[in-house]
Write a protein that binds this ligand. Sequence first.
Ligand code: SF4
Length: 334
Amino acid sequence: MNSLLEMKHVVVNFFSYGSMVQAVRDVSFTIEEGQTVALVGESGCGKSVTAKSIMGLIKKPGKILEGSQICFDGEDITGYSDKEWQKFRGKECSMIFQDALVSLNPTMKIGKQIIESLDNHAVSLLKEEKKKQAIEMLELTGIADAGSCLQKYPHELSGGMRQRVMIAIALITHPKLLIADEPTTSLDVTIQAQILAQMKQLQKQMNMAILLITHDLGIVADTADKIIVMYAGKIVEEGNARDIFYHPVHPYTKALLGSVPRLDKEGKQELQTIEGSIPDMTHPPEGCAFCGRCPYAMKICQQYMPEEVYISKEHRAACWLMDERAGRRKIYNG
Ligand code: SF4
């Protein structure tokens, strides 16, 4: 598999009134073609800012700092002009958001909004052919009466239907990467599961990669090939679903897992809340940012940032507990 996206040492800051919010702090990861990667963490931990940096949506007072590299299909896209971003968005990479009602145009019929997405990318087709593609795309997202859906306005549809329409708009141009930012958060659990299953189905058909952004570890177990846990603008752990769900090593990952109901622990699981809150990102701590909330915190955690340690080829974490001197052996040196 080739790397479709490579994030290398990405740093994003927001500047305001003499202060600086350090939203993303030296984040590196890759997404392969056709892979599903989940970016998980509480709100405010930098997930959405990371996603927006891939879409060229970091606007003033935000800034991607020099030295950051975002390579898509081997090309660094951080220096793209507005024109290049316009071409890139939707065609190479599409994004869907949590609130479809806000993202869709309330004054425009669904059909027109889907066809507009094709028009924006200069897809030269006859009007009838565009309509046919719009209907096919809506059907693929699980909308039964797609023909009549084209004639409706967003407010005439249910939340689940609107989210399916958003997916249709995002996918009609066949992007290589779909970024889904909390795509099912506002929906009930059954619809959530249906929509995620539908996205997976479409992913297979289109050989598209997905970056799924969520605060809910519960929804990624069956969905993601790779899970990246972020805290206070940094990646604290990365691994496959088995690593993260059965062999987590970072106390934050463990705390997140403790707050998610699990079928395999039915009856004997007591749900935990994570005490405290994310630190002030205008002055992030010098050492580990989870220090103030971590039950295992040591003196060194306050003073020095933990180095990243590889537990296996695909499983990495940044925590002093994994340092050899803390008595935990580094298993993998790759
Ligand atoms: Fe806890 Fe220290 Fe590990 Fe941070 S580095 S998660 S404070 S043990």
